[in-house]
Ligand binder design. Sequence first.
Ligand code: GLA
Length: 731
Amino acid sequence: MKKEVFTLGMLLMFTGLLAQEVTIPISTQNSAILLQTDRDKRLRTIYFGKPLKDAGEYALVSGGYQYFDSNAGIYNAAYTPAGTWNIVEPAIQVVHGDGNTSLDLKYVSHKQDQLDDNTMLTSILLEDDNYPFRVTLFYKSWTHENVIEQWTEIIHEETEPVLLKKFASANLYFDQKEFYLTTFHNSWAKEMQPAETKLARGIRSVDSKLGTRAMLLQAPHFILAFDQPAAENQGSVILGQLAWSGNFKLDFEVDSYENLRLIAGINPYASEYLLQKNTSFKTPSLVYSISHQGTGAASRGLHAWARKYRVLDGEGERLTLLNNWEATYFRFDEDKLTALFKDASELGVDLFLLDDGWFGNKYPRNSDRSGLGDWQENVKKLPQGIGYLVKEAEKAGVKFGIWIEPEMVNPKSELYENHLDWVIRQPERPEKYFRNQLVLDLSNPEVQDFVFSVVDDLFTENPELAFIKWDCNAPIFNAYSEYLNRNDLPQSHLYIEYVRGLYSVLERVREKYPLVPMMLCSGGGGRGDYEILKYFTEFWPSDNTEPIDRIFMQWDYSYFFPAIASDCHVTNWGDQPLKFRVDVASMGKLGFDIVASELSEDELTFCKEAVSNYHSFKDVVWHGDLYRLVDPHKNDLASLMFVDEVKSRALMFNYLVNNRFLLTAVEEPIKLDGLDPSKKYSIRELNLFPGTRSRFKADKIYSGDFLMKVGINPAVSLRRTSVVLELTEVQ
Ligand code: GLA
């Protein structure tokens, strides 16, 4: 029998709870998770839905269910232990110090701390009756944004170390009867390809075993829609992500009641963890936003949360830039670069970013085959060093930033020759390369010091350095750490200690350089989650900058990340007109990767004006609310808009993504969203290429009501394949 979405109540496997049960609501403005102990003090999830108006009624929720435990296990356990009487996929599985494999977790106590008027931290302590083994479940909830962050801490006082075989971050339970899961599949230059499936009985897993560039094949982000496929403006959905920059695993299990259990955490694959007495093991977080008005509201909540609480300087400013990667690749010298500084200044961007190829002497970095790891300026290309470039950039009126990939090494490098024991490799087996490189062993504190020093030395020598692009181009093959071996630590710690080592380096970087903007890159979008974005101001979504591909990718990334965090560059990929490329890149943090001096006069004039337009509206794109209006996956068009907080200014971006059958122009108006119905707006077309005229008259005034009910036609056609409109409130 199909139930209404988020009806009152969740599964209880038995009837008649006793009066001393403990009920713990974890709620935000529009959602509530209800946890409750049963007569044996096991903690269960009994409700996931809209909050009740009268919190007193939460105690009545469980009474409505008459399920009997004729099936195996406790399906709705809030954190499912293995080895006792659960036979479903566990959240936690351990081998105690004495070799015993059973675990049962009982409620001990909980507390709810109001951290500020918007944030609540709930912690629930569970303990095994037979072993001094404890698990604390944490739920941090942000009321206005409807975002929850969930993680777990595990600790024990057993004499011998305990082997953690599985240690999930979160274990959720939903009793709706139809579940539509959208996952995102990646490969190089093909990031964020969505696939929506209706979940059937059994487990659907999404995981990574790649170690470093962990998202190369699949992303840890998902959309879970209840009772109908995910829709932008209606229906109940969760947008979630495992915030961990290493191996992850998300298990979606539809059980015999047709309910769904979600278990999310570090991938237990090759990662058994030996936990010493009184040492706490903290899992990464599952972050999710909840909406009952579709994915639009869910991503606006997540964006607001990310800007305010998570992405470094998420509510701050960003630097527009010119990057030389596609303009020069590895072939540059001081003269070429200083000429590009002038291009940057001519375009009107804030910064010049020097990409790969500036380092290595014994093994110069003239291709991706050598030099990685030797972070000294190449004296042939840059005889006067980085310091000279920083000053020359300054003279040209732009700031200077630089590319590094400090976690990696080419076998053809001095670093490899001098520190073979720092390299992740199986000593007895042939090396396996990815982009001709290997990964350094960040579980080793000496390697952590080295990686930190790459950044620290650059800043110490060049205090004016204004930007870092931090790349990571290879996954881990032949996972083996000489450091762990030397210290009698299990090899199965490597994947976890690697990521912890990385975070600890980034922590040190941010302690010393709290504000310098840093871009996260991983051969495109191979890395990017809400843990690592604590340290980065932005990320590089993909090396693929072909603008039609980018429209789709930026659309799909936009479910999870705010525009301010997403770097979008104008390059020469594809054959779309320059205007189209600039318009697409203007929906994120704008950059260029072209040789401006090779542009025609009109093109240069256009770019300069577009950059100046961008500077005038970037605040709305960076800090405003995003409304996805027309989905390019289902239409010939894509249309998105950003609206500022007070709804007095908005930017609407429209693109033709498919020109089959489009003989004249798009026929119908597009309904806008997020405006104030009672306000009046004028519309101005921006980014017009020299010689073209707008279809929009500045003196025409529309009410927000009209724009949202009837809409406007941006008049996209084969001759106007991209149209940017600015809406301004008229007093
Ligand atoms: C990766 C990045 C590119 C560029 C190159 C340099 O592929 O994604 O943007 O920095 O490395 O080698």
